[in-house]
Write a protein that binds this ligand. Sequence first.
Ligand code: ATP
Ligand code: F6P
Length: 449
Amino acid sequence: MSEQNRGKAKKRGVVMQVEDIQICVVMVGLPARGKSLIAQKAQRYLRWLSVDANVFNVGNYRRDANPQPTADFFDTSNAEGERMRRAAAEAAVTDMLKWFKGGGTVGILDATNSTKERRRWIKERCDAEGIETLYVESKCDDEDLIMSNILEVKTTSPDYVGQDPETAAQDFRKRIRNYEKVYQTIDEDENDLTYVKIMNVGKQVIINRIQDYLQSRVVYYLMNLHIKPRSIWLSRHGESQYNETGQIGGDAELSANGEMYSRKLPKMVRDSVGDDRPLTVWTSTLKRTISTAKHLPKEYNQLQWKALDELDAGVCDGLTYAEIEEQYPEDFKARDDDKYNYRYRGGESYRDVVIRLEPIIMELERSEDILIITHQAVLRCIYAYFMKKSQEDSPWMAVPLHTLIKLTPRAYGTEEQRYKANIPAVSTWRSKGSVAKHEDAPPDDAQSI
Ligand code: ATP
Ligand code: F6P
C-alpha cells in the first residue's frame, strides 16, 4: 500500500487488522457461474465487518456503451465488440484503482476475466499500485444448474429487459459458447498467482498461495457459501420479567406473556416452514431464550451459543434507561450520539457484538434451515448482515417481541416475511434521547398468524 493510501486507511478504524493491505479480488469464470452473486456476498460480508469493500462490475460499464448486445457481440472475431469490451474493462480497472487511492481495502472486479492475458494485465496494473490480487475462479459443469441460473437471473438481467425469456435464454447460451471458445481455466502456468478455484459450488476447492489474514478470511467465507434453497428464522425471546420493568441485560425468566409466546412459537414455526421437517434451533445461553425454545418439538436439534448472548451492558446491566441517564449522563448521551460504536463501561458496543457474531454468520452460511432465538441487539446485527442495514441505522431498528422473522436468501437479495403472534408484549424500543420505560415502536407490517 502506498504511504498516501495507508494514511487514509488508518483513519478508518476497521474491525480487522487490515490497515496495511489492499486487495483486488478478481472474479474468473464463464457467464452464469455465480460470479456476481459471490462478489455481492463478499462485499456485504466485508462491509458488515467494517472493511471498506466495493464491487466493480465490468458488465455495467459495457452496458453504458452497448445496453442490449446479442451473443455475437461476445464473439472474439467481432472486432468492434472486442474493442468495446476491452474499453469497459479498462474503465472499470481505472475506477477501481482510483478508489484504492482513496483508501479502499477490498475491490472486487466482477467480470469473466477468462484469459490468462487478461488476468496478467490486471495483476500488472495492481502490482504497480502495491495492491495484492486474489483470483476467485468459479467453475461449474452441472448443465442443469447453469440452465437454472440462466432462467433465474439472466433472462431478467438488464441485457434482456423487455425480451421474451425463451429467446433471451437461447441468446445467453450462445454468449456462453462464445466465451467457451477462448476461456482458459487457471492452471499451473499461473502458479505465481494467489487464487482459489471453486468447483461446482464448493464440491471441490483448490487454494494457491494465500498470503495474509484478510485473504484467508475472504477465502474461508467463499468456501462456506452454498446455494441450496433454505430459510433462516429469527425471533427474540418471549417477553421477560426485565422487559416488563424496563431493565436492560440480566438473566431474567419469561413473563406470563413470554411464556404464552413460547407455547405459540412451535405452531408459528410449523406454519411458516410449511411442512413437518425439523429445524435446527440456536439459542443464547441465557434463560429467556432457552425457555422460549422449550416447547419446540423434540426432533428439533437445539444448540446454545454464548456468542448469541445479549450485548453486555457492563456497569449498566440491570438498570432502566432512566437510571442510566441519571447515574451515567455522559455515557447516556455518548451512546445516543454514536450507538454503533459506544461501548458500555465494562461491557460491549454493537461493533463488539458484530465481531463475536462473525463465526455465527460463517456457520449460518454453511447451514441450511436454522431458527435463531436471541436478543434485540444481537438480532439487529444478524439482520443487518442479511438485509444490508447500515451501522448508523441498525442499532435503532425496531424488532418487536413476539414476532417471527423469516429470511430467505435469493440470488438477487434476501426476502423477508414477518409473522406476529398476537400475544401482548411491552415495547423495548427506544428513540434517541428518550428515557421512557415503554415507548411505542414505529408500526411494523408483520402479518398476524
Ligand atoms: P455473468 O458472467 O453473466 O455476469 P455470473 O457468473 O456473474 O454471470 P450470476 O449472475 O452471479 O453469474 O449468476 C447467479 C446464479 O448463479 C444464481 O442463480 C446463483 O444461485 C448461481 N450460483 C451461485 N454460486 C454459484 C456457483 N459457485 N456455481 C454456479 N452457480 C452459482
Ligand atoms: O457476459 C457477462 C458479462 O458480465 C458481460 O455483461 C460483460 O460485458 C462481460 O461479462 C465482462 O467481462 P469480459 O472481461 O469478458 O469482457
